[in-house]
Design a protein around this ligand. Sequence first.
Ligand code: NAP
Length: 338
Amino acid sequence: MTYDVIIVGSGPAAMTAAIYCQRFLLKTVMVAGRLWGGQLQNTTEVENFPGMGVILGPKLLKRMRSHVEHLGVEILDMWAEKIHHLSYPFQVVLEQGKTITGKSIIIATGADTKWLGVPNEERLRGKGVSACAPCDAFFFRGKPVAVVGGGDTAMEEAQVIANVASDVILIHRRDEFRAQSAMVEKVKVKKNVRFLYNTKVVDVVGEQSLTGLLLETTSISPKQGVASFDDLVQSFGGEKKTGIQWVLPRAGVFVAIGLSPNTKFLEGFAVDERGYLKRFEERDEHGNLLYFTKTNIPGIFTAGDVHDTRYKQAITAAGFGCMAALDVQKWLGDQDNN
Ligand code: NAP
């Protein structure tokens, strides 16, 4: 059996694409992965998805999945390992060698945590180094922790962990945050959170588990309220190593420095220098838009954070999912008419 469309992924982009494709009466299958749902599974309160008020990320995902299931979309909770795009219909190879075929594909595999890449990070992962405060908060009750990053995720992580940790230091490499002001304000009101600016993490320290962070503070921000590097180190209870490096004692660190797109399993697809799937808008001879979400392979489209280097919101991912489904419907129709 050949599907009309295979959707790879299971976040808001994939879910929305599935809803639209199914309603276009296309024979649709979603390859959801074994850990379905993507980043929203690790998100706490979502306050900016219209119509949802304040809702937990996993709950929003469950609602999306119920909607998709209710419409009758087949969902496979398996990883996609390969896409064969040189033959047609396309083939998607799943775990254990199972293969499914489809006339079109939407790649909506999202993006995962980006790690710091410092020497001892991998060794201490799960031993003090984490990327999910809602998942791991329990282990840090009453302990001092750090959060690294300056975006919305860092603010969200800081907010969550501040409720259980003894104190939180949010470390950012600049002294301006990328995060939305509303999210920064929510962290600022937490009495046990302090900000450390213009500082990067050089390494994580500890034998059996994390005991501290080796930091490098390159300039003292006026926001820091100290006169010198020595004062800064002292005010955070750190230990000076060199003129710019010092160790901050911490029992846990939450890495929240952005995302890395899930494209490693793709071969023969055009990606940018950071691995994001490239989108190739196609227009007719009059300049009218034909397809917005096309990849470099005709018949294979993309949606959501796997290609989105800019917006990366649940709602924009859902919007891209809708566009990809509309493009698939048109593309399949165009093939039938040719
Ligand atoms: P992001 O917006 O890309 O921010 C990443 C942050 O980490 C930036 O402040 C960046 O510093 C810093 N950073 C990047 N690489 C680093 C490195 N190697 N070392 C130290 N710091 C590094 O990522 P995000 O916060 O994960 O958010 C991703 C997207 O999801 C955003 O569009 C965000 O709006 C969205 N989001 C929304 C919500 C919500 O609305 N509830 C919640 C979470 C995320 P620079 O600023 O210097 O580049």
